[in-house]
Design a protein around this ligand. Structure first.
Ligand code: SAH
Ligand code: SF4
Length: 385
């Protein structure tokens, strides 16, 4: 029988396991803290656990969970991408982005905010800590088939278990811990559609959020979805503190449908309706993602259409130049066109940020590395959303 993946176990499951092994209740806490506060990666590391139990844990539980097989650093060393092999031979990837290596005090020539006040240096959070953002995967492949996305182009392989999602975070948490640093933000924007794998994704977030474990604040997670309406509503009803981003990319159905096939199932009106419901339920601002594709969706006209649709919604737009992929002929926008797009939106009252692409030289775009790795056969039919 395959061993159980250690990160698949929540607190209750570890308690039950320890009880079934005749162990005292305090073992659960020792294991939980060892995993999530000391980042142990092998049972043999747990100093407060007797040797026979450590050996039993090694026999019965899998501590590797996901195996790093390739590591790529960008030339400026600010972005690292790791390719992981899963037990059944599929591949996933997770990316670490470092921001704000700059001094923690304000720079000599601080940037002025538009209100005339002094703003924080870029890439530094409220506490003055440099940002360490992880981009993690929720599925091997993806069933949504967005035409410009490397993960979409490879098709769906399978859902990740909650433990496989948690393991990506722990891998980088351990690495940063060793250099005296820590993860500050987690975005579920790697391979896969998190709302297609809703339960495992939320279980992973809950596990990472546990105050007696890794204690990673809900507000520092961002989930990105292609726009699965029932799940957006469910998420709204759960009133989680997790940030929500919606991949919109087009302001009319015809164009969106040509890029995101899921738009046939949930059109823009339905998606925006769910977004309004979310904002009403939670009072939280929503982010819209927009990959700027030259001549396709980066025109002032498209920006005006978008602004009209978003009117009155508590939101902002995150636009990023398209990361070109083999399977799609569209090109990235230019800096000038991106600026114009942003200005047009802002003139219409919609805040917009242009994000620069990170890790282009290491194929850090979603799914770009894993899609070049030969995995075992695609053993699934795209399941229904
Ligand atoms: N499935 C989710 C999250 C993973 S994709 C979603 O689609 O939202 C994360 C983001 O990267 C999405 O906004 C997606 O549209 C965007 N993306 C995918 N391929 C891209 C590319 N080639 N260039 C720029 N953005 C891309
Ligand atoms: Fe899937 Fe998101 Fe890529 Fe679309 S953009 S194929 S939903 S991972």
């Amino acid at each position: 029988m395959a061993k159980q993946l250690i990160y698949d176990l929540d607190l209750n499951s570890i308690t039950e396991l320890m009880t079934s092994w005749g162990e005292p209740a305090y073992r659960t806490k020792q294991i939980w803290q060892g995993l999530y506060q000391h980042f142990y990666s092998s049972p043999l590391q747990f100093p407060n656990i007797p040797k026979p139990l450590r050996e039993k844990m090694a026999d019965e539980l899998d501590f590797t969970v996901i195996e790093p097989v390739r590591v790529l650093d960008s030339s400026d060393k600010q972005t690292r991408k790791t390719l992981f092999k899963l037990h059944d031979g599929h591949y996933i990837e997770a990316v670490l982005m470092r921001y704000g290596e700059a001094p923690l005090h304000l720079p000599p020539n601080p940037t002025q905010s538009y209100l005339g006040g002094v703003s924080r240096p870029k890439g530094v959070d409220e506490g003055g800590k440099p940002r360490r953002t992880l981009c993690i995967s929720t599925q091997a492949g993806c069933a949504m088939g967005c035409v410009f996305c490397a993960t979409g182009q490879m098709g769906f392989k399978r859902h990740l278990s909650s433990g496989e999602i948690v393991a990506q975070v722990m891998y980088y948490a351990r690495l940063l811990h060793e250099e005296g640093s820590a993860v500050t933000n987690i975005v579920l924007m790697g391979m896969g559609e998190p709302f297609h794998n809703y339960d495992n994704t939320m279980a992973a977030i809950d596990r990472l959020n546990d105050a007696d474990g890794y204690n990673f604040g809900a507000r520092r997670f961002t989930i990105s979805t292609v726009g699965l309406v029932p799940q957006i509503k469910r998420f709204a009803d759960e009133k989680r503190q997790v940030n929500l981003a919606i991949s919109l990319h087009a302001a009319d159905d015809k164009l969106r449908q040509s890029m995101l096939p899921v738009n046939k199932k949930y059109n823009i009106d339905e998606v925006l309706g769910a977004c309004r419901y979310y904002v009403n339920q939670t009072g939280r601002r929503i982010t819209f993602e927009w990959a700027l594709i030259n001549g396709v969706n980066d025109t002032p006209e498209e920006a005006r259409k978008l602004a009209a649709r978003l009117k009155g919604l508590l939101c902002h737009v995150n636009a990023i130049p398209l990361n070109p992929t083999h399977g799609y002929k569209g090109q990235a926008t230019t800096r000038e066109r991106a600026e114009r797009f942003k200005e047009t939106l802002e003139q219409a009252g919609i805040p917009c940020t242009i994000r620069m692409r990170r890790g282009i030289d290491i194929q850090a775009g979603c799914g770009q590395l894993a899609s070049t790795e030969k995995s075992v056969s695609n053993n699934s039919n795209n399941p229904k959303v």
